[in-house]
Design a protein around this ligand. Structure first.
Ligand code: ADP
Length: 590
C-alpha cells in the first residue's frame, strides 16, 4: 500500500460540530467580545449606508440648497468612516482570535497525542495524526479567523437587510421575497448537480494521480519489465477519463451560469420596474427606490458570501470533529491517583508474575502466556527465541507501554501499575535495535538521556560509549547536526550514540534490543565494549542476537510462543540440545 496522503478533499461534517471550538474560544474572551462589538458596529454602519444614500438623493438634490448637499454628503462619509474603523477592528480581533485558538488547539492536541499510550499509536498511522495536527488545524485557522466571521456577519446583514427592505417599501419587499427565491431555486438545484459532477471529476483526477504515484514509486519494476509504453497508455487513459468528466461539469456549469444570470436579473428587473412605476406615479421618492436597491444588493451579497463560506465551514467542521475525536481518546496507560514511590536507591529487581498479554488487535493470540521471570538486581538475562516468541513484548510490558490482561509486572516488588509511568521509565534505559537519531547536534542527541546534563557529562558518556572516536572526526564534533547526517552515521555509530544516551541516563535497569544486522569488525568491537561499560552494575534484560552476549549473560532464557521453554547458561542449554541448540546453530555459531 502506498502511504501517499488522501488526495480527495477532507470529509465534511455538519457545521454544528464547530461548537466544540467554544472552550478554546472562551480562553480568549476579550478578543471574542471585541470582535462581537466591532461586528455589531460594522453591520450597523453597513445597514445605515442606504439610508444615508437616500438622504443624500432626496434632501441633497431636492432642496437645491448647497448646505443640504454638504450635510448629506458629510453624513454619507461619516457612515463610511465608521464602517472602515469597525471593519478594521473586526478583522483585527477575529484574525488574532483565529491564530490564538488554533495555536492552543494544536498545542493541546500535540500534548494529548504524546500522552496517548503505545496501543493507540500502534492503531494510528503517524502520518494520519500529523495531518490532523497540520491540515485540519490549518482549515480551522482560516475558518475561525475569517470564515466564521463572514458567516456571522453575512447572516446578520442578511436578516438586517430583509427587515430594512420591508421598512423601506413593504410592497416591493413582498415582491422581492416571493420572486427571488423562485429565481434562486433552479440555481440551487443546478448547483447540487454541479457539485456531484465536480466530485466525480475530482475522483477521476485522484485515480489518475494514484496511478502515477504507484508506477513512479515502482519505477524499477516498470522499467525492469519494459512496461513504459503500457504504463503510458494506462495513464493516458486515466487522464482522458478525468478530462471527460471535467468537460461534462464545465458544460453544465456554463449553462447554469447563463440561466442564473437571466433569472436573477429578471427578478431584479421586475421588482425595479414596479418600483420605477411607483416613483413616476409619485408614490415613492427616488431616494427610497435607491435605498431599496442598495438593501437588495447588500442582502444578495451576504447570501452569496454565506454560500461561499458554507462549504469551507463544513470542511472545517469535518476537521474539528476529527480533532475532537482524538481529544476524546483517553490514554489506556495512566498514572494512578496516588502513585506509589520507587525506593531510592532502586535495587533493580524485575519480576513477571503469571503475565498473560495479547495485543489489542490480536485478541486470539497471546504474545505472552502465563509468563514468569525473575531477574535479580545486577543480573544480566539474555532473552533468546524465534521471531514472534514475545521477546520485545517483555520489554514493552516492563516499560508499561501496555498493561497485561492478567498477572503483574513488578519492579523492586512494586506492581508497576501502581507507579507513575514517567517515574517508572526514568528508572529504565532502553537501547533499541534501531536507535532514533533526532535532527539535532550530536551533543543534544546524547543529552536526550538526561536533559540537564552538562557538556562534560555528555563528553564523558560519549567517551565511555566509544562514540567520541567518530564524533571527533565530524566537521563540528559534538556540535555537528546529526539531522542531515543521522542517516549517514553507520549502524554501529548510531548504536553508540544510543548507548551514550543510556549511559548518561544512568538508570538502574537496562533494556537492550541487540541489532540483528552484522556490523563491520571494528564497529562490532567498539559497540561490544560500549555495551559492557553500560551493563556494568545494572539489571539488564537483553534480546540477544550475538554469541558474545549470550556467553556473557548470567542466564539465558529461551522463549517460544509467549512462554519460557528453557533456562540456563550457554553450555547447559547446548548440552540439553532443544530449541536453543537449534537457534544457536542458526544465529550464533556459524
Ligand atoms: P519477538 O520480539 O520475540 O520477535 P514480539 O514480542 O515482537 O516477538 O511479538 C510477539 C507476538 O506478538 C507476535 O506474534 C507478534 O506478531 C505479535 N505482536 C507484536 N507486536 C504487535 C503489535 N503491535 N500488534 C499486534 N501484534 C503484535
Amino acid at each position: 500500500m502506498s502511504e501517499s496522503p488522501d488526495p480527495r478533499p477532507a470529509a465534511k461534517a455538519p457545521v454544528g460540530s464547530l461548537r466544540t471550538l467554544w472552550p478554546f474560544v472562551r480562553q480568549h474572551l476579550g478578543l471574542f467580545i471585541g470582535w462581537l462589538v466591532a461586528l455589531a458596529a460594522s453591520s450597523t454602519a453597513t445597514l445605515s449606508l442606504p439610508i444615508a444614500f437616500r438622504t443624500m438623493i432626496d434632501q441633497g438634490f431636492a432642496a437645491g440648497g448647497g448646505d443640504a448637499v454638504d450635510r448629506a454628503f458629510m453624513l454619507l462619509f461619516l457612515v463610511a468612516v465608521v464602517l472602515a474603523l469597525a471593519t478594521a477592528a473586526r478583522f483585527f480581533f477575529v484574525s488574532l482570535l483565529g491564530e490564538r485558538v488554533v495555536a492552543d488547539l494544536r498545542e493541546r492536541l500535540y500534548s494529548h497525542l504524546l500522552a496517548l499510550d503505545i496501543g493507540f499509536h500502534d492503531r494510528n498511522r503517524s502520518g494520519e495524526l500529523v495531518s490532523r495536527l497540520t491540515a485540519d488545524a490549518e482549515l480551522l485557522r482560516s475558518v475561525v479567523g475569517s470564515g466564521m466571521s463572514v458567516a456571522l456577519r453575512s447572516g446578520v446583514t442578511f436578516i438586517g437587510s430583509i427587515v430594512m427592505l420591508f421598512v423601506t417599501s413593504p410592497q416591493l419587499a413582498a415582491y422581492a421575497v416571493i420572486g427571488i427565491p423562485l429565481a434562486v431555486l433552479p440555481i440551487v438545484l443546478g448547483g447540487r448537480r454541479l457539485q456531484k459532477m465536480s466530485r466525480t471529476s475530482q475522483d477521476r483526477i485522484a485515480e489518475a494521480n494514484a496511478l502515477a504515484n504507484e508506477t513512479l514509486g515502482a519505477v524499477r519494476t516498470v522499467q525492469a519489465h519494459a512496461r513504459e509504453p503500457y504504463e503510458r497508455q494506462r495513464f493516458g487513459q486515466a487522464v482522458l477519463t478525468a478530462v471527460r468528466a471535467s468537460a461534462q461539469r464545465i458544460r453544465a456549469q456554463a449553462v447554469v451560469t447563463a440561466v442564473a444570470i437571466v433569472l436573477i436579473f429578471g427578478a431584479i428587473t421586475l421588482v425595479l420596474w414596479s418600483g420605477a412605476h411607483d416613483v413616476v406615479a409619485g408614490r415613492m421618492s427616488a431616494g427610497t427606490l435607491g435605498q431599496f436597491v442598495l438593501y437588495a444588493l447588500i442582502g444578495g451579497g451576504s447570501v452569496g458570501a454565506l454560500a461561499e463560506v458554507w462549504n469551507e465551514l463544513q470542511r472545517a467542521a469535518g476537521g474539528m470533529s476529527r480533532i475532537s475525536e482524538l481529544l476524546e481518546e483517553t490514554p489506556g496507560v495512566r498514572a494512578p491517583a496516588e502513585p506509589g514511590r520507587l525506593p531510592v536507591p532502586l535495587r533493580g529487581e524485575i519480576a513477571f508474575d503469571e503475565v498473560t498479554f495479547h495485543y489489542p488487535m490480536r485478541p486470539d493470540l497471546p504474545a505472552l502466556d502465563g509468563f514468569n521471570l525473575r531477574v535479580r538486581p545486577g543480573e544480566t538475562v539474555a532473552l533468546v527465541g524465534p521471531s514472534g516468541a514475545g521477546k520485545s513484548t517483555v520489554l514493552s510490558l516492563l516499560l508499561r507501554f501496555h498493561d497485561p490482561q492478567s498477572g503483574a509486572v513488578r519492579l523492586d516488588g512494586l506492581d508497576i501499575r501502581t507507579l507513575d509511568p514517567a517515574a517508572l521509565r526514568e528508572a529504565i534505559a532502553l537501547v533499541p535495535q534501531h536507535p532514533t537519531i533526532f535532527a539535532a547536534s550530536a551533543a543534544d542527541n546524547i543529552r536526550y538521556g538526561r536533559l540537564e546534563a552538562d557538556d562534560v557529562a555528555v563528553a564523558e558518556a560519549a567517551r565511555a560509549a566509544h562514540a567520541s572516536e567518530f564524533i571527533d572526526a565530524l566537521p563540528e564534533r559534538m556540535a555537528t547536526e546529526l539531522g542531515e547526517r543521522g542517516a549517514r552515521l553507520s549502524g554501529g555509530q548510531q548504536q553508540r550514540i544510543a548507548i551514550a544516551r543510556a549511559l548518561l541516563k544512568d538508570s538502574p535497569v537496562l533494556l537492550l534490543d541487540e541489532a540483528t544486522s552484522a556490523l563491520d569488525a571494528h564497529s562490532e568491537r567498539a559497540v561490544q565494549l560500549a555495551l559492557e561499560m553500560l551493563m556494568r552494575g545494572r539489571t539488564t534484560l537483553v534480546i540477544a542476537h550475538r554469541l558474545a552476549t549470550v556467553l556473557k549473560a548470567d542466564r539465558i532464557v529461551v522463549m517460544d510462543a509467549g512462554r519460557i521453554v528453557a533456562e540456563g547458561t550457554h553450555e547447559q542449554l547446548i548440552a540439553e540440545g532443544g530449541l536453543y541448540a537449534d537457534l544457536a546453530r542458526l544465529q550464533f555459531l556459524d
